[in-house]
Design a protein around this ligand. Structure first.
Ligand code: BEZ
Ligand code: FE
Length: 298
């Protein structure tokens, strides 16, 4: 749509007036954020020639997001996730560094007080699902092993729910452990299965309106911390999962897709655990940590 020179001048003057209103902000970073946000928001309104009913619908959407948000449900983070803004923020803040493992979204289901397990222990607790043996190493970008790295792992059960979603204080499908003196770790978890992000609110309605699925590709969450290294928040994904190409929060990275190798019932387990008639899977995740406080590739 073309607009007259006079109309364009009026619209441009309004943008500059609003930008100028932030000129005296005492904090330079805040000033930059507010002025840039102003320019981008006005550019959007002008580009799409936003109608007043559309403006009203946007306000109603944000209001509904506010109403459904409480200590347990964070609709604004979900909104950020489905727009890919969470992943873009992860990308900006975890710049590629040598062969360091890629980061991905944190998600809403981490808890800080997950139980400690020994190497070789089981994170699943009472959570239902097919057992999965996970093993790997933690190394730095020069290949030196990192002993004593704290590894937090969490995942949904085979019904697609995290323990915290049951609202009954159960702790299952999560734990923390430490890499051993050889930088190795191993544990039993569950073979990841796909599940939808919470879609009974305005974000779910928006996804339905645009014909997008709320499903996430099957994954297992990791957060790895060690002194002197950049904290790694990531997942591993299951190769062959048909949802890999359309994860609802854009979290999939090629480097994080792993083979979860099927083991028929009766296959001997790595630690001698007896699983009877139960099939299981096994996977490997070798983690490479970037040094702390690095922003560019050497
Ligand atoms: C998750 O991986 O658990 C998750 C991530 C983003 C939004 C909802 C759930
Ligand atoms: Fe998840």
């Amino acid at each position: 749509m073309t607009i007259s020179d006079e109309q364009a001048k009026r619209e441009h003057e309004l943008v500059e007036t609003v930008v100028d209103s932030f000129a005296d902000a005492p904090d330079e970073r805040l000033k930059l954020l507010m002025q840039s946000l102003t320019r981008h928001l006005h550019a959007f309104v002008r580009e799409v020639r936003l109608t007043e009913p559309e403006w009203n619908a946007a306000i109603a959407f944000l209001t509904a997001a506010g109403h459904i948000t409480d200590e347990r449900r964070q609709e604004f983070v979900l909104m950020s996730d489905v727009f890919g803004l969470s992943m873009q923020t992860v990308a900006v803040n975890n710049e590629a560094y040598a062969n360091a493992t890629e980061a991905t979204v944190f998600g809403p289901f981490f808890t800080a007080d997950a139980p400690l397990i020994e190497n070789g222990g089981d994170i699943s607790g009472s959570a239902p699902g097919e057992p999965c043996w996970v093993e790997g190493t933690v190394k730095d970008t020069r290949g030196q092993t990192v002993a004593g790295a704290r590894i937090e792992v969490w995942e949904a059960d085979e019904d697609g729910f995290y323990d915290v979603q049951y609202g009954d204080d159960r702790v299952a499908g999560r734990a923390h452990l430490f890499s051993d003196d050889a930088g190795e770790f191993r544990f039993w978890g569950l073979t990841p299965t796909p599940y939808p992000i919470p879609d009974d609110g305005p974000v779910g309605q928006m996804l339905a309106a645009v014909g997008r699925s709320p499903y996430r590709a099957s994954h297992l969450h990791f957060m790895v911390t060690a002194p002197g290294f950049r904290t790694l928040v990531t997942h591993i994904f299951v190769s062959g999962d048909e949802l890999l190409a359309r994860d609802s929060v854009f979290g999939v990275k090629e480097s994080l897709i792993k083979d979860f190798v099927a083991q028929p019932a009766g296959t001997p387990t790595p630690d001698g655990r007896e699983l009877g008639e139960q099939s299981w899977t096994r996977t490997r995740f070798d983690i490479v940590l970037a040094p702390a406080d690095v922003t560019t590739t050497p």
